[in-house]
Design a protein around this ligand. Structure first.
Ligand SMILES: [Zn+2]
Length: 277
């Protein structure tokens, strides 16, 4: 009788214990998973926040550093205008730093990117890579951007501009550059080198004063410029958000590339605009 009871109860008890163990283990595991995920996402957010903060801080330092290298105005000798939005023909350009001197007008673009930068003179899009290749961003070739600024500035200045009067340079204060060597693109040392390169006078005192008056007027009496410029940028961002190519107004379609999915212009290869997913 006892044997029979044992034979019935024992499997039931063992089964119950096994069930209990499975239940406890599973419960713990989901807890662990949840904790793990929570930690990971939180760490990631925190990490990104930290990084964002750090790059903004360094970005600001970069800007300030360049402004301090260019220094103050020296009447009749040198004029410095930081962050100037000029407009002509309904289009606007925002130029980070302009220095007007008798040897020329320096146009300085500051790119406060971190990570490693890849690109070449004729490539329309340059690439920023960080987190050991995990994160890639593309941005418009800054030498082309600088050319657009020079073109617009020339239109604004009219007869005051002379041939080869612009000295254009792009500064990456922070990034590691893996670009094809381009004379006017580099780090802060390269900027100092460009500023210190001996050049001949091409402007008279009167001419630099007139150029300065013309340009500083965009600062003193901003036309449509500052607002319109922001509007233009917002329009572009809105188009991109709605998967419309900001360059040719075609649709952006989801494609699969070597490094994963991305949105590309429907008119590829005629238009190579890309948006990262
Ligand atoms: Zn397009």
């Amino acid at each position: 009788m006892e044997m029979l009871l044992l034979l019935i109860i024992l499997p039931v008890v063992i089964f119950a214990i096994v069930l209990l163990i499975i239940f406890v283990v599973r419960k713990n595991r989901t807890h662990e998973d949840f904790d793990q995920q929570w930690h990971e996402s939180n760490d990631e957010d925190f990490f990104h926040e930290q990084k964002k903060y750090r790059s903004e801080q360094i970005g600001q330092e970069g800007e300030n550093w360049i402004a301090s290298v260019l220094g103050q105005d020296i009447p009749d000798e040198k004029y410095v205008i930081n962050n100037l939005t000029i407009s002509s023909g309904g289009k606007s350009s925002q130029i980070d730093h302009i220095m007007i001197t008798k040897v020329g007008i320096f146009l300085i673009e500051t790119k406060n990117y971190s990570g490693t930068i890849y690109g070449s003179l004729n490539q329309r899009q340059w690439t920023q890579v960080f987190d050991y290749g995990k994160v890639k961003n593309s941005f418009y070739n800054p030498t082309m951007q600088s050319n657009t600024h020079a073109y617009r500035l020339k239109r604004v200045l009219g007869r005051l501009a002379k041939s080869n009067c612009f000295v254009q340079t792009v500064v990456f204060p922070k990034a590691e550059l893996m670009i094809e060597p381009i004379d006017n693109v580099g780090d802060t040392h390269n900027l100092v080198r460009i500023l210190n390169t001996p050049r001949e006078y091409i402007f008279t005192t009167d001419e630099i004063n007139r150029i300065h008056r013309k340009l500083i007027d965009f600062k003193i009496n901003p036309r449509i410029s500052e607002d319109k410029h922001i509007q233009n940028i917002q329009k572009t961002q809105l188009q991109i958000a709605h998967n419309i190519c900001p360059r040719c107004n075609s649709k952006l379609v989801l494609r699969n590339g070597q490094y994963g999915s991305f949105y590309g212009c429907k008119k590829y290869p005629y238009c190579k605009f890309k948006k990262h997913v």
